[in-house]
Design a protein around this ligand. Structure first.
Ligand code: SAH
Length: 232
């Protein structure tokens, strides 16, 4: 049996590695990474592997919890700050959502200054898994897990600009237009785009005037997005 302190030591070692690699850079993201126990988000039986820097299968769903370096990279690129309202498409295990929550609603920050995370998951078994994991780790007051097709946004197809940040953790044919509509001016949306094993990670910025700017970040390997704006 690996105890809580062993997990903490492993988490600190992995954080140090990601800092040395220049992936974890800001104090906010480093703190988030050190606070969220990944061993509580992996599938049962995979706890011992929680701090290898690798993706892990989520049971027999065919989906995966992303590798720690990818989760860390994404929270840095989202430029999260306390108070941000964030939408994640692809809740999976809930781990990425918990990391985002620690950045927008840090555990040591006054809850009146907290932002909020909405994460949508299309697979019922995983939505329940994420909900349970977030509940057990104390994040259910900062993260709502919704069951449904996140490619339509949330609420589905609503046109209000309501999110400061939007993250897709499944690869889309192109960035779903309902998500661009729901992004606030000055907001950031990050999405893997493309077909095949490797896709382009794109950072989309909606300027204060409502213009859209896109920047290519890196090559990534995510599972395909399903739903209305996903792969048929
Ligand atoms: N962020 C997750 C990893 C997600 S893997 C984590 O931290 O563990 C991608 C997830 O996207 C899968 O669970 C898959 O079921 C989900 N997904 C795919 N298409 C979707 C859609 N249209 N709406 C919501 N979730 C979707």
């Amino acid at each position: 049996m690996i105890n809580k302190d062993d997990f903490k030591r492993r988490r600190e070692l992995l954080a140090k590695k990601l800092m040395n690699e220049g992936i974890l850079r800001s104090e906010r993201c480093i703190n988030a990474f050190l606070r969220v126990p990944r061993e509580k988000f992996v599938w049962r039986g995979y706890e011992k592997d929680a701090y290898y820097d690798s993706p892990l299968p989520l049971g027999s769903t065919g989906q995966t919890i992303s590798a720690p370096h990818m989760c860390a990279y994404l929270i840095e690129e989202l430029e999260l700050k306390p108070g941000d309202i964030v939408l994640e498409i692809g809740g999976g295990s809930g781990y990425q959502a918990a990391l985002i929550a620690e950045c927008v609603a840090p555990s040591d920050e006054d809850p009146s200054k907290w932002g909020h995370v909405y994460t949508i998951e299309i697979n019922k078994e995983l939505a329940e898994f994420a909900r349970k994991n977030l509940e057990e780790t104390g994040y259910s007051n900062r993260v709502d897990v919704l069951l449904g097709d996140g490619s339509l946004g949330y609420p589905p197809l609503e046109e209000k600009e309501r999110y400061d940040k939007i993250l897709l953790t499944a690869a889309a044919p192109k960035i779903p237009s309902p998500l661009i509509k729901q992004l606030k001016r000055g907001g950031i949306l990050i999405a893997p785009v493309g077909k095949g094993f490797f896709q382009d990670l794109i950072k989309l910025i909606k300027t204060k005037d409502g213009d859209i700017k896109k920047k290519y970040l890196i090559k990534v390997a995510f599972v395909p997005l399903r739903g209305a704006y996903g792969w048929k």
